[in-house]
Design a protein around this ligand. Structure first.
Ligand code: RP5
Length: 162
C-alpha cells in the first residue's frame, strides 16, 4: 500500500496531527510524519514534496496554522493529491489558516478539510488510497456502518435523556 505523508508546520500542531495518526493506525495505513514549515524551512518542505511520489507516498496531508501556506507550497511541488488542514490556536481561531489553505489559485488544488479536521483528513487520504485497494475500501465501508450504528443507538436512547 502507498504511504500517507504527514507534514506539520510546527510541533505546536501535534494535537491535530494526533487525530490523523490515530485514525490511520486504526485503518492499518502506513504513514511518515515530518515537521517542515513553508516559511521557516521552505527548502526541506519543497524537497519532500518533489521526492514524495518516488518515495512511495500516495497522498500528502499538510497541517499548518496562522498564514498557512504549507499545503499550497507542498501542492506546488507535486501532482500527488494534497489535503490541507487549517489549524487553530492563534488569535483568529483558525479562520486565518482556513482562508490561507482553501483559497488556492486554479491549477494547484488543495483539498481543504475543516479547521483542526485531522480525522477527516485521515479518512479522505484513506478514501484516495482505497480507489486502488479493495480491502481498504471494505474497511472504510465497515467503519461507516459502525459509525451509523452508534448514531442509531443514540437515537433509540434520546428520549430517556430528556
Ligand atoms: C504555523 O504557525 C504552524 O503550523 C503553527 O500552527 C503556527 C505557530 O507555530 P509556532 O510558533 O507554534 O511554532 O506555521
Amino acid at each position: 500500500m502507498k504511504k500517507v505523508g504527514i507534514i506539520m508546520g510546527s510541533d505546536s500542531d501535534l494535537p491535530v496531527i494526533r487525530k490523523v495518526t490515530d485514525q490511520l493506525r486504526e485503518l492499518d495505513i502506513p504513514f511518515e510524519v515530518h515537521v517542515y514549515s513553508a516559511h521557516r524551512t521552505p527548502r526541506e518542505a519543497a524537497a519532500f514534496a518533489i521526492g514524495a511520489r518516488s518515495a512511495g507516498f500516495g497522498v500528502i496531508i499538510a497541517a499548518a496554522g496562522m498564514a498557512a501556506h504549507l499545503a499550497g507550497a507542498i501542492a506546488a511541488n507535486t501532482t500527488l493529491p494534497v489535503i490541507g488542514i487549517p489549524c487553530s490556536g492563534a488569535k483568529l481561531d483558525g479562520i486565518d489558516a482556513l482562508l490561507s489553505t482553501v483559497q488556492m489559485p486554479s491549477g494547484i488544488p488543495v483539498a481543504t478539510v475543516a479547521i483542526d479536521g485531522g480525522t477527516n483528513a485521515a479518512l479522505l487520504s484513506a478514501q484516495i488510497l482505497a480507489v486502488e485497494d479493495g480491502r481498504l475500501a471494505e474497511k472504510l465501508e465497515a467503519k461507516r456502518r459502525a459509525d451509523a450504528a452508534k448514531v442509531l443507538g443514540k437515537d433509540a436512547g434520546i428520549l430517556e435523556r430528556l
